[in-house]
Write a protein that binds this ligand. Sequence first.
Ligand SMILES: O=C(O)C1=C[C@@H](OP(=O)(O)O)[C@@H](O)[C@H](O)C1
Ligand SMILES: C=C(OP(=O)(O)O)C(=O)O
Length: 420
Amino acid sequence: MSKDKKLSIIPVKAPLVGRAVPPGSKSITNRALLLAGLAKGTSRLTGALKSDDTRYMADALRAMGVSIDEPNDTSFVVTGSGKLLPPKAPLFLGNAGTATRFLTAAAALVDGTVVIDGDQHMRKRPIGPLVDALRSLGIDATAETGCPPVVVNGTGRFEASRIGIDGGLSSQYVSALLMMAAGGDRPVDIELLGEDIGALGYIDLTAAAMRAFGASVEKTSPVVWRVEPTGYSAADFVIEPDASAATYLWAAEVLTSGSIDLGVPNGAFTQPDAKAYDMIAKFPHLPAEIDGSQMQDAVPTLAVLAAFNGTPVRFVGIANLRVKECDRIRALSTGLTQIRSDLAREEGDDLIVQSDPSLAGKHLPAEIDTFADHRIAMSFALAGLKIDGITILNPDCVGKTFPAYWRTLAGLGVRYANEG
Ligand SMILES: O=C(O)C1=C[C@@H](OP(=O)(O)O)[C@@H](O)[C@H](O)C1
Ligand SMILES: C=C(OP(=O)(O)O)C(=O)O
């Protein structure tokens, strides 16, 4: 992938109309791959996402003895032995948060050493709370910098009936421990510590996937989940389309007064970002304040959309966007102010977007630094549908979760000025 590549978007002259189906859900695909890998027997996953993040997860599981076939572009056939084996080399997981966090906890079920590592971005994303939780179980786990690489020297077993975890920085720590806990030898209560957790809906997604693979997980209080030591059973599992990917298509539709058929009703999604649909549908009357805490990956979409809103929008509840693939609050304020210097500002961890519907149709040349973050690339492409002069740097970073993004927009009639 060339990091020097640029893609200039030609504003659309007509509403975007047509069919554009988002790929399978990243979150659900990576949960299903892990759970199928921990199960004994063969599981068939259909509707799956094939992208950088799911490739890292699949390759890591292969390195731990799981057989994974890919009969077509949207399926995985996963055969596990009921046990993950120690890999011969460190697991390299790029910038895939789900793969990194989920496998760090799963490594506690491995009898041997597992090293979990990622690229330079992942090496800045905190994992300390999850490593501390593993240590509290008596597992020899270390992350010297508080970020990957993580070294886990497991015995394949852990002794605990209660695990406390602060999910303030990432709900993925909680999901990771929940999925690992079913592999123990006694019931485990996972208790949320601290005040905040990002999208709680991701925990529901985890519990649903666990149940589909035979686990028993129940919420016994607003902050405690009990997981029984069932292990996992192989299953055939259908993965729904990605709700975060859908947000770009929903936004493209309202921005161009178009009509895009996603092939799935917006009410059919179980992922947290589907909440963004109702918000996007309010455009150009987005509210003065949007709480992004329960639809975090949709915030870049909403922030770029807000630039064209009738009135300004303050985004709150988004502090942990600073520890995603990049500091997304900074990337959004940087990109928006490159388009026009007064278009956005940060106030603490809030982002204020100074809306202006008259941006549409203007020539405002801006090279958008994506910071190699797929969501920054995909959301600023929306600005390019209306403003002349928007160029996306390193556009191939969309391969993390939506490799066909540029082709999908092209299929709706979007054209690019240069693809060099
Ligand atoms: O559990 C998941 O699948 C995810 C949880 C969220 O991350 P955090 O829990 O780190 O906020 C989200 O941003 C990420 O894209 C996917
Ligand atoms: C935050 C994201 O990903 P992850 O944490 O899984 O790397 C995302 O896809 O927006």
